[in-house]
Design a protein around this ligand. Structure first.
Ligand code: ADP
Length: 308
């Protein structure tokens, strides 16, 4: 009888352990399930946003073409058609930006990087990019300042990825900062790292969502600001920064503004390749990159042709 009791106790103990381990499994599976549901929700929202992002420029392009068709082309007065042609151009840039972002997202996932690392003075590169965005900021009466402690920080970078990082942070800063605000871009050096900070006086990002903004498809509710997007911008920025073995963080306070800080290791290549950001071709490439990145904002060139 005693032996039977011991056996039963043993069986019960084993079963209790089994139940405990099953409970653990159930907890894990339910966490995985909630994760999947959340990701699926982001994806559904992403497709709905993307459709909207595609539809708007396509409708605008179509509208402009129909207007040209109605008015007819006037070869004697080229300016008559410039307004519509500019609308078409800006909206093609918008489409290009979206498609580029989606392509980059898939390239990052497959680990495919086409570019080559080259030594570059990132102080000069960041300053040049910052200055080129001033006309866009001026449209909103926003002041853009560039500040640096050092003249030169040479390190190996993927130049066009650094461009995309800075342009994306600047376009967000200009997009969200209200009229009369200020944006400060600062480059500094700390230990063996280059720090690039993009600071604005915009609405700030609520503390509880700051950890999420770098996640793919994530967008803070911005309906009131009428700033729809795809929610891939910052996730791409983070991937591009990580491609350089760097890191990115945000310091932000609601109603006080946001500061994005990119940290890049300073690691020049042995062979001293030419600083590609100084050539004329590269400059026009930056201008084109700005046209694409800022395409969902009011275009300064469009403004000047409109008034002519
Ligand atoms: P998108 O690609 O749609 O522009 P992002 O990934 O760039 O989206 O940004 C994600 C979210 O982070 C945005 O929805 C926006 O609400 C918030 N955000 C990004 N930059 C700023 C900023 N400078 N100020 C306030 N909010 C910002």
């Amino acid at each position: 009888m005693l032996k039977m009791n011991a056996e039963v106790k043993n069986i019960l103990k084993l079963q209790e352990e089994k139940i405990k381990s099953l409970e653990k499994e159930i907890k894990k599976l339910s966490e995985l399930n909630s994760n999947l549901i959340r990701k699926n929700k982001y994806k559904t929202e992403f497709f709905s946003n993307i459709s909207h992002e595609l539809k708007t420029p396509i409708s605008i392009i179509l509208g402009a073409i129909q207007l040209i068709e109605r008015k007819g082309l006037n070869p004697e007065d080229g300016r008559r058609n410039i307004k519509e042609l500019n609308i078409i151009k800006v909206n093609c840039y918008r489409l290009l930006r979206l498609v580029n972002n989606i392509l980059d997202m898939t390239r990052i996932d497959s680990g495919y990087v086409r570019d080559k690392l080259s030594n570059c003075n990132i102080v000069y590169l960041v300053e040049e990019i910052t200055q080129s965005t001033v006309p866009y900021a001026e449209q909103k009466n926003i002041t853009v300042e560039f500040d640096t402690e050092c003249e030169e920080i040479i390190t190996a970078v993927y130049v066009d990825k650094i461009e995309r990082i800075i342009l994306n942070l600047l376009s967000n800063a200009i997009k969200f900062t209200p009229e009369g605000g200020r944006i400060t871009v600062r480059v500094s050096k700390k230990d063996k790292k280059a720090l690039i900070s993009v600071k604005d006086t915009g609405p700030g990002i609520p503390r509880n969502v700051q950890k999420d903004i770098f996640k793919r498809f994530y967008q803070v509710g911005t309906d009131s600001l009428n700033c729809k997007g795809s929610g891939i911008g910052l996730s791409l920025v983070k991937s591009f920064v990580e491609l350089h073995k760097g890191s990115i963080k945000v310091i932000s306070k609601e109603n006080k503004g946001s500061e994005f800080i990119v940290e890049l290791p300073i690691k020049p290549l042995q062979e001293n390749k030419k600083d590609s950001a100084h050539t004329k071709n590269e400059y026009s490439r930056i201008v084109e990159a700005i046209n694409i990145e800022f395409s969902d904002m009011y275009s300064p060139s469009y403004a000047s042709t409109e008034s002519s």
